[in-house]
Write a protein that binds this ligand. Structure first.
Ligand code: DLL
Length: 433
């Protein structure tokens, strides 16, 4: 079994010694190799030698998604491109994505912590893993893939969608572990039922679900529909991808792999570090990453840290189930969407007003996105056929920018609700999860 006990069950004191050693080394590296960080340190009057204890981390500057955007695409890389063997990307706040690069060592570490995560969720080398996370720039597909291979499991790289085929494969190939977003897991459960397939007749035992927020009641529903144990997995491209943190058999919080990441919880307004147990924004420092090491990266994800020892024997801290975000990022069908991305598309088109409203619904188990857009006065009196063409054009552009099919509804100028100060109410999230 792929359980790195010496790492995962390391006494906390030793783990902290290891973290400090790695943190010092990382700070040295970014100071010397990334001008962005050197400038930040100099502005704050800091040098790498100021880090003598783990608590010194609190003195160091944060990194944000805006910093990644300002240094697009490779400005925060700490190694020359020659050393980068893989590039992934996720949504940025504008039309440009957030780009991350991995060295060979980064890819090996990622695979290792992914393998550990799968084991923590109950997989082993006998498992048949059906990986329905999307393969591509998104980290879900390839991230899980290499971890399952390292574990020695049999990975089925089916990627997302194509539900009939998913079900056929699940049945015929004897899938034991399903990896996908929780909303797709529900969808698959419903599809099985429609086809009259009893989940008990399948070999499926475990699900590893993440990439979007989900609740405990959704877990219960998935477990009932698929007759499996459903584990929560957390991650983000900027830090690594899936496997930053995983729920073990206790299903009570997600162990964050502290030999590679240092978590902190901050008050999102004052940016002060909060004590264990208090809810706030999760901040992560990568201490082994070479390609794009990040210092105190503000994830915008809301959670708290549980320092209690866990029954499974792992000593790594647990973060509690993610409670939402501090910014306006939406996750629609597992895809990260910022309202500002949609705004950029509308502004580029120029035929509509920059007044819009995003309405997100969950129909059955799938998310839908409707975009109401105000027409300009001139366009409003145009022929219906022209307006239909415009709707199609917008839908196409939105699809090519964020990869989601949105229903476009053109509305009268001035008809969308304005809040005080004339600011439109941009997002209506009607999903109940
Ligand atoms: O979603 C990586 C991933 C893939 C995680 C597969 C788990 C499984 P991004 O596309 O960069 O990376 O999106 C990261 O998704 O900041 C959270 O807001 C959200 N998120 C990820 N996992 C969870 C989870 C991948 N388990 C963003 N619960 C993060 C709630 C999650 N939100």
């Amino acid at each position: 079994m792929y359980w790195n006990k010496s790492c995962e069950c390391m006494p906390r004191e030793k783990l902290q010694e290891l973290q400090l050693e790695r943190l010092k080394e990382m700070v040295n590296r970014i100071y010397h190799d990334v001008p962005f960080y050197r400038n930040k340190f100099q502005e704050a009057g800091l040098v790498p030698e100021d880090v003598q204890e783990l608590s010194d981390l609190q003195k160091l500057p944060f990194t944000t998604k805006v910093d990644l955007r300002d240094n697009y695409p490779y400005g925060l890389f700490a190694v020359p491109l020659e050393k980068i063997v893989r590039i992934h990307a996720s949504s940025g706040t504008t039309g440009k994505p957030t780009v991350v690069g991995y060295t060979r060592k980064d890819i090996t570490i990622w695979a290792e912590i992914m393998a550990r995560s799968l084991v923590a969720a109950g997989a082993d080398s006998h498992s048949v893993v059906q990986n329905a996370y999307g393969y591509g720039l998104f980290t879900g597909g390839l991230g899980v893939h290499y971890g399952a291979e390292m574990l020695g499991a049999s990975i089925i790289p089916i990627s997302g969608g194509n539900t009939d085929k998913q079900i056929m494969i699940m049945k015929d190939f004897g899938t034991t572990v399903l990896t996908c977003t929780p909303s797709y897991a529900i969808y698959l459960g419903d599809a099985l039922k429609k086809k009259g397939i009893d989940p008990e007749s399948l070999k499926l035992k475990v699900g590893v679900f993440g990439a979007e927020p989900w609740s405990d009641s959704m877990r219960k529903e998935i477990e009932k529909k698929l007759k499996i144990k459903a584990h929560d997995i957390y991650g983000l491209s900027e830090i690594m991808g899936p496997s930053v943190a995983i729920e073990c058999e206790a299903q009570d919080g997600l162990h964050i792999w502290e030999d590679h990441f240092i978590p902190e919880i901050i008050d999102p307004v004052t940016l002060k570090v909060l004590p264990y147990g208090e809810q706030g924004e999760l901040v992560i420092t990568t201490i082994t990453k070479e390609g794009i090491p990040l210092l105190r990266y503000q994830t915008h994800d809301i959670t708290s840290i549980n320092p209690e020892p866990c029954g499974c024997g792992r000593t790594h801290l647990r973060i509690n189930r993610l409670q939402g975000r501090t910014d306006d990022m939406l996750i629609i069908r597992g895809v990260n969407v910022f309202p500002t991305q949609i705004e950029s598309v509308l502004l580029e088109l120029g035929e509509v007003e920059p007044h819009y409203q995003l309405i997100v619904r969950r129909e059955g188990s799938l998310d839908t996105l409707e975009i109401k857009v105000e027409l300009s006065e001139e366009m409003f009196s145009d022929k219906i056929s022209n307006l239909e063409k415009l709707e199609k054009r917008i839908a196409l552009r939105i699809h090519s920018t964020i990869g989601i099919n949105a229903k476009i509804a053109l509305v009268e100028p001035g008809s969308l609700p304005r809040a005080e100060g004339g600011k439109s109410q941009r997002v209506l999230d009607l999903r109940k999860i």
